[in-house]
Ligand binder design. Structure first.
Ligand code: PGA
Length: 231
């Protein structure tokens, strides 16, 4: 089955670079096969060209006096179809809790956005990985409908470090997640790049990939997309 590919640009690229990025990707026939998640500012640059686009987070509030926040409704109104919620960097620097993540997901689902819920253990939690991800999933989703939820499993020690999890482990975790949330698609994230995508894309238990560093360079990202959707 065709893999889902999501690019998380994080806080990278400025206006000119984004315009060039878009020009570059449009030269490739597979560019619409990925969801691009740039900073909020640039969401319309993608949606206006009919390119699948998502945000990297949203507010847990609906509207009103929340200076600096951006709501699910607002990202929807500029054409986003997806939103990443609970990325480990937001849990870490933004001190996001599972309870807040739950509220954000609730807001996103009200707007019919597809949610990419990020979960994953820290290095010191590897031994109790199952427990950690079970709590993250259960506390973040509670009784919410699951159809529009995609779970991105990203072991924190593999993010931006060049360390990829071993494939047998990836399979195992994916099955564990699917046992907890039967309807969910599961993505793997953490140091996926143009070199390792060939072997990672063969893992049937994984439905796609969340890609950080390697999504910022259009040529590199397109190589990844092409491999993942044509395997
Ligand atoms: P990475 O990041 O691909 O740079 O490891 C993944 C992520 O943080 O989503």
């Amino acid at each position: 089955m065709e893999k889902i590919i999501v690019g998380n640009f994080k806080m990278n690229l400025e206006k000119e670079e984004i315009s060039n990025y878009i020009k570059q990707i449009q030269k490739n026939r597979y560019y619409k096969k990925a969801v691009y998640c740039p900073s909020f500012l640039y969401i319309p640059y993608f949606s206006e060209k009919d390119i699948p686009v998502g945000a990297q987070t949203i507010s847990s509030y609906n509207e009103g006096a929340h200076t600096g926040e951006i709501s699910a409704k607002q990202i929807k109104s500029v054409g986003a179809s997806h939103v990443i919620i609970g990325h480990s960097e937001r849990r870490n620097y933004g001190k996001e809790t599972n309870e807040e993540i739950y509220l954000k997901i609730k807001e996103a689902l009200k707007e019919n956005l597809k949610v990419i819920l990020c979960i994953g253990e820290k290095e010191e939690e590897i031994e109790k990985r199952k427990e950690v991800i079970k709590v993250q999933i259960e506390e973040s989703l509670k009784d919410l409908p699951k159809e529009n939820i995609i779970i991105a499993y990203e072991p924190i020690w593999a993010i931006g470090t060049g360390k990829v999890m071993n494939q047998e482990e990836i399979k195992k975790v994916s099955l564990t997640i699917k046992n907890i949330v039967k309807e969910s698609k599961v993505l793997y994230g953490g140091s996926v790049n143009e070199k390792n995508i060939k072997s990672l894309a063969k893992i049937e238990e994984i439905d796609g990939f969340l890609i950080g560093g390697a999504s910022i360079n259009p040529e590199v990202f397109l190589k990844i997309i092409e491999v993942a959707v044509t395997m």
